[in-house]
Design a protein around this ligand. Structure first.
Ligand code: ADP
Ligand code: ASP
Ligand code: MG
Length: 470
């Protein structure tokens, strides 16, 4: 008997006959006695649409709200139409979707009347994506003769604090409630279908785990249930050596360690939640990333093994939507207290610093923050440092490029190779950082140079075999 948590991504679910394809995968891979838990994302870009609606609803008229609801109805109806459900099965799921759309309409109307959107109501609005996709998938699985019911993340037991938008799971409470909630269903031979990304706070309110959160839901459920494996079904062959939208025909990476995959999640390769691999690593659970359009391919296997690939670098990733913050001035030199001031000012405004580097001369400190918090960060630093003759500058048009792979550990000349490849394209490097793990070298370039930098690294470094000549 194998207990597997399978997560299906939004791109796969919303593809042509996507729901049917998910049904096929579950039916074909589940052997007698196996226990499967299915986790689903919202269909396609529904989460983006809901987020936009939540933000815009403050200024919307009733008609604009009805139009948004109608668009969402169309997306879900079309997926349902392409499922293998019969007419009465479709009608039943449709009733549930209509009820959810009614609730969503009421919520958006509330926002438009009050002209106010709290983080709590934003989470409520975005939760509707997964709340509507889960019942469709569950009905598809039932239509194939397996028992199944759908649950929200909260009903399945995912319990968090109340940091809306990026809620933090409370592990003990989650383990306890997930076991209590899902074990009886598994024992009855059913396939629970859990709405990913959404959870419940201890006070019973709907929270979300942050973008890409359904991968996180899958690993949380798997570790709570002592599952044997997690399978993440997506629309590409696995983790690829680079973003396929930037590099033509990248290769599939057969194996990655948790540490490497965590770096990649952080650097944005496959839009995975940066914390999603944590529960799998702690529990030693293998995670497979597989292509739902080509299930026969092996995909990428993530385990604790740290293998050195033939090439020095396994994957080149890029983080967009970031900003560069530079603090400069002679008064920085030999004044250790300033760095502390910089970071405490940012921390007090809850600005998360993604990368830091300081020049040897100590004349400046450079930092990378999310683009959305760049203005706030600049303001906080100016407030703190203005009286000390220190210059604060923000540049929103940058990207971080990262070369990731355990092969870099102890390998001489990797940095030379990387920066040689970048320089040969005439690309200017604005800032460099190497994590102490030696699993990545990351650097900052102007946004317009990011794709060129990724291609240069992919051509000259990923395919580089140590000791070989090009
Ligand atoms: P899903 O809808 O399955 O959750 P995501 O949008 O989270 O899928 O991520 C899959 C997409 O990530 C792929 O379609 C691909 O375009 C993109 N991507 C970017 N970089 C990589 C990479 N290195 N490996 C795999 N996919 C990547
Ligand atoms: N639907 C959510 C998002 O788009 C969660 C996920 O798909 O993983 O971020
Ligand atoms: Mg995703």
């Amino acid at each position: 008997m194998t207990r597997v948590v399978m997560k299906f991504g939004g791109s796969l679910l919303a593809s042509r006959y996507g729901i049917r394809r998910v049904g096929d995968i579950v039916e074909r891979t589940r052997k007698v006695g196996d226990e499967f838990v299915v986790v689903v994302s919202a269909l396609g870009d529904v989460t983006d649409v809901l987020l936009q609606a939540a933000n815009d609803a403050k200024g919307w008229s009733k008609d604009e709200i009805l139009e948004a609801i109608e668009d969402l109805r169309r997306v879900h109806l079309s997926a349902l139409e392409q499922s293998s459900l019969r007419k009465d099965g479709k009608a039943e799921v449709l009733r549930g979707i209509e009820a959810d759309l009614d609730k969503l309409r009421e919520t958006l109307l509330g926002i438009s009347i009050l002209k106010e959107l709290s983080p709590r109501s934003r989470d409520l609005v975005v939760s509707f994506g997964e709340r509507m996709s889960a019942p469709i998938v569950s009905a598809e699985i039932r239509s194939r003769g397996m028992g199944s019911s759908s649950l929200t993340g909260g009903e399945a037991g995912i319990t968090t604090d109340d940091a809306f938008g990026e809620a933090v799971p409370i592990h003990r409470a989650t383990t306890r409630s997930v076991r209590r909630g899902l074990t009886p269903m598994l024992e009855r031979g059913e396939v629970p279908v859990v709405a990913g990304f959404i959870a419940r706070s201890k006070g019973g309110e709907i929270t979300t785990l942050g973008r890409g959160g359904s991968d996180y839901t899958a690993t949380l459920l798997a570790s709570s249930l002592d599952a044997d494996e997690v399978w993440i079904w997506t629309d590409v062959d696995g983790i690829l050596t680079a973003d396929p939208r930037v590099v033509k025909s990248p290769a599939t990476v057969p194996q990655l360690s948790y540490a490497e995959a965590e770096e990649l999640a952080f650097f944005g390769a496959k839009n995975m939640h940066p914390l999603a691999l944590g529960p799998a690593r702690t529990a030693g659970l293998p995670v497979r990333i597989k292509n739902g359009f080509r299930p026969e391919l092996p995909g990428t296997l993530i385990t604790k093994e740290q293998t050195k690939s033939r090439g020095v670098v396994k994957v080149v990733a890029v983080v967009r939507n970031v900003g560069l913050l530079t603090v400069a001035g002679e008064t920085l030199q030999g004044r250790p207290g300033i760095a502390a001031k910089v970071f405490s000012a940012l921390a007090s405004d809850r600005v998360n610093v993604l990368m830091i580097s300081q020049s040897v001369s100590e004349a400046n400190i450079s930092m990378i923050v999310r683009r959305a918090s760049l203005k706030l960060a600049e303001k906080a630093l100016r407030r703190e440092l203005k009286s000390q003759g220190i210059l604060v500058e923000g540049d929103p048009e940058v990207s971080v490029v990262a070369a990731v792979g355990a092969g870099m550990r102890g390998e001489k000349g990797v940095a030379a190779k990387i920066f040689g490849a970048i320089a040969s394209r005439g690309i200017n490097v604005r800032m460099i950082a190497q994590g102490s793990s030696e699993l990545n070298v990351s650097f900052v370039v102007n946004e317009r140079d990011a794709d060129g930098a990724v291609r240069a690294l992919h051509n000259h470094v990923v395919n580089h075999v140590p000791g070989s000549r090009e």
